[in-house]
Design a protein around this ligand. Structure first.
Ligand SMILES: O=C(O)c1cc(=O)[nH]c(=O)n1[C@@H]1O[C@H](COP(=O)(O)O)[C@@H](O)[C@H]1O
Length: 239
């Protein structure tokens, strides 16, 4: 896989037209993420548009609900033929198992390969301080993230989303076959925005991430294609 194929770019825009404009502006991007803003604004048509362009699709709606509801959502998402789907690890064991089963059944019903379910461990906008004082979780942050990743792995999920600050530890414990997808990636020349646990693209890849989710450093740049290229050049130095 080329380094460019390891960068997932989020379509964090509010209309299908804006999303298509971005896709056409960056033909070198092979893997796109559809998240809450775009999906809530314009529905599932964008998934069809991406597939028609032979793009890989990460449907990031971060499902969090009771087992029956989460399983229903994962089954429906799998029928769209997407490649990756997110749900919170904090859904718990029963929901994670039900989600995996439903994704397999949904994909099989329409003849698509089963999408990989990724568990959100701890959002990259949160810090050790927020974990302790806002969420009142009495665990060290790395320990909490590892626990969530193992919960996902033990219940049959293909991978997890974590900050690149934790990826090395997760890779060591969860092994090479567990998919680790990292947002919170920031080149030294980019703004961190609302991300709190950031690492540079090269360091994140070196630490063991399979895919990097990089949005605003590319999409908000004056020249998005040049920013994507600059990131790929940085990544090429570590593979
Ligand atoms: O699931 C995600 O993709 C995700 C998880 C997480 O913990 N943090 C996080 O930033 N994301 C997503 O990754 C993207 C990061 O975008 P930028 O901050 O613009 O690079 C956004 O679309 C977020 O929704």
């Amino acid at each position: 896989m080329s380094v460019a194929e390891r960068v997932i770019v989020p379509l964090d825009v509010s209309s299908e037209r804006a999303a298509i404009d971005l896709i056409e502006q960056l033909p070198q991007v092979t893997f796109w993420k559809v998240g809450l803003e775009l999906f809530v604004s314009s529905g599932s048509a964008i998934l069809t548009a991406l597939k028609a362009r032979q793009k890989r699709v990460f449907l990031d709606l971060k499902f969090h609900d009771i087992p029956n509801t989460v399983a229903g959502a994962c089954g429906a998402a799998a029928r769209h033929g997407v490649d990756l789907i997110t749900l919170h690890a904090t859904n718990g064991k029963e929901a994670l198992q039900a989600a995996q089963k439903a994704a397999e059944a949904g994909a099989a019903a329409v003849g698509h390969p089963t999408p990989k379910l990724l568990a959100i461990t701890l959002l990259t906008s949160l810090t050790a301080r927020s974990l302790a004082f806002e969420l009142k979780i009495p665990l060290e942050l790395p320990e909490y993230v590892l626990h969530m990743a193992l919960l996902a792995q033990e219940n049959g999920l293909a991978g997890a989303v974590c900050s690149p600050q934790e990826v090395e530890q997760l890779r060591q414990t969860c092994g090479d076959d567990f998919l680790l997808v990292c947002p919170g990636v920031r080149p030294t020349w980019a703004d961190t925005n609302d991300q709190r646990r950031t690492v540079t693209p090269a360091a994140a890849l070196k630490a063991g991430a399979n895919y990097l989710v990089i949005g605003r450093p590319i999409t908000a740049a004056d020249d998005p294609a040049a920013a994507f290229e600059r990131i790929c050049e940085e990544l090429a130095t570590v593979v």
